[in-house]
Design a protein around this ligand. Structure first.
Ligand SMILES: [Zn+2]
Length: 391
């Protein structure tokens, strides 16, 4: 086994599970379909040489972003505030007025729309799930970006939450930005989940099938350098959960002390601790969930709740319901586990004794809802259990 980024031979195994659904957030309204979703192997390795984590069993050929997907975070005030910060950074570092901006993997075009509400620029967005009914003059195109048939001269390319889905970032970047003279001067913005944050927050959620590549600050800088980019600004953002990279091609890198090696050693030892503790914590959570069986429900069908169900291999026969406040998820079934997603009000019939919460930041909000329903339950904070094991 060698590192998919630097080809280093010193990689070590982090986490392996078979039968993990390809899509955590797919909306499925039928239990049989939810049980029979397409699954893949999650087999993560860590490379201490370049500080990069990757799923060695990921099959890029099977990736398909045209499934029915609910990943919008446009309702979260915290997230909208964050988007505004990104727009401000863009303006400060690159300047937006009059530029031509191309976003590859633009989703529903939310980011371009946000910039467009404040600045004048030519905006193009490509995504298989793009909404083409933009109310502005942005050009959102439903489908994958095809460089050969794209003519406009681009100043800035945006890749927000794209590279973590790519098994081989170098060949992906070479395919989209490799030819044509104007790509030689292009500026690049990249945003990805941050490995340092995952390790620090013992986020087992990282081991889903959707993301096959996790970058640290150093490995992100390295992979983009390999494609001829030099970073202007690279920083942690969104309370450390993401990495932001602003760079350009052909820029001469400023020389300075290189503290990368020391950072890599520290991150490698933190990653080892994360690995050992995650396995221990998941075993403990598994034991508790099986002991509580149908007396328990999980709160939160998005992200962490679904990932937990799948990495534990938890069937609806052991625990049947997952609660969620998002009406779009009600009456759906968890991909893989087959649990039914219900509205909080249905807890009056289900009468659980225990509610598992994956993010204790929402405890007070959940408590209020449950108290208003007149229910007496014990709350179990899974993230605190993870922390307890990781101390
Ligand atoms: Zn490596």
């Amino acid at each position: 086994m060698q590192c998919s980024l630097c080809k280093g031979k010193g990689v070590w195994p982090l986490f392996r599970r078979e039968d993990i659904p390809h899509y955590n957030l797919e909306l499925i309204f039928d239990r049989d379909k939810a049980l029979n979703v397409r699954r893949g192997i999650v087999d993560f390795y860590y490379c201490p040489d370049c500080a990069f984590a990757f799923n060695a069993a990921f099959d890029q050929g099977l990736a398909d972003y045209q499934v029915s997907y609910e990943s919008s975070r446009g309702h979260s005030a915290k997230f909208l505030e964050y988007m505004q910060h990104v727009v401000q950074d863009f303006q400060d570092i690159f300047g937006i007025e009059g530029k031509t901006v191309l976003e590859i993997g633009c989703g529903d075009g939310q980011f371009l729309e946000k910039m467009r509400s404040q600045y004048n620029f030519n905006g193009y967005g490509f995504d298989p799930s793009a909404k083409t009914d933009s109310t502005t003059d942005l050009k959102l195109i439903k489908g994958y970006f095809q460089p050969a048939s794209f003519r406009p001269e681009v100043d800035i390319v945006v890749l927000r939450h794209v590279l973590e889905h790519q098994q081989n970032a170098s060949s992906f970047l070479a395919a989209i930005l490799g030819k044509g003279s104007y790509w030689n001067k292009v500026r690049l913005y990249v945003e990805v989940p941050c490995w340092e944050w995952i390790v620090k927050h013992h986020s087992f959620n990282a081991f889903s099938y959707e993301h096959c590549s996790y970058y640290s600050m150093d490995s992100l800088d390295q992979v983009l350098e390999m494609e001829g980019f030099q970073s202007k600004v690279i920083k942690y953002t969104f309370e450390g959960e993401y990495l932001q990279y602003f760079g350009e091609r052909g820029r001469v890198k400023a020389t300075g002390p290189d503290d990368r090696f020391q950072r890599k050693d520290t991150l490698a030892s933190q990653t080892r601790i994360f690995y050992k503790n995650t396995i221990k914590a998941l075993d403990q959570i598994n034991e508790t969930i099986h002991a509580h069986g149908q007396d328990a429900v999980i709160w939160g069908a998005a992200g962490k709740g679904t990932t937990l169900i799948n990495i534990l291999g938890l069937s609806y026969k052991t625990m049947e319901f997952v609660v969620d406040i998002n009406p779009a998820r009600h009456k759906t079934y968890i991909p893989g586990g087959g649990q039914q997603v219900v509205a909080p009000i249905q807890l009056k019939q289900i009468k659980p004794k225990y509610i598992y919460i994956t993010n204790s930041g929402y405890l007070e909000e959940i408590k209020t809802i449950v108290n208003d329903l007149g229910l007496k339950v014990e709350f179990i904070l899974l993230d605190r259990m993870m922390e307890g094991c990781c101390r």
